[in-house]
Design a binder for this molecule. Structure first.
Ligand SMILES: [Zn+2]
Length: 98
């Protein structure tokens, strides 16, 4: 229970925040919700299959045939695999035991 809710309210500094706002038309909220819904729907379908598991990075479900197992000890989906090729993922990078 939060007795004092005022600390959680963002100050209405409209002017300074205006520059950071994404122009309307570029960001379509409804479309984002719709695509997220489809994403979760698909995720749930794949998760119900026995030969599926989560990608260790984005945590979405994929078929094992789609995933690559990394030596570090986690699966990556094709999308995250591409990302991994281009950059390190520090939070998942494990040091070698000395
Ligand atoms: Zn992934």
């Amino acid at each position: 229970m939060r007795a004092n809710n005022s600390t959680g309210v963002l100050p209405s500094l409209g002017i300074s925040n205006t520059e950071r706002r994404i122009p309307s038309g570029v960001f379509d909220f409804e479309q984002m919700v719709q695509s997220l819904h489809e994403l979760f729907e698909r995720d749930r379908q794949i998760a119900s299959q026995p030969n599926s598991t989560r990608c260790g990075i984005c945590y979405l479900h994929f078929l094992l045939s789609e995933l690559q197992y990394q030596n570090e000890g986690f699966y990556v989906c094709p999308g995250c695999s591409q990302t991994l090729d281009h950059q390190d993922v520090p939070m998942l990078h494990k040091q070698q035991k000395l």
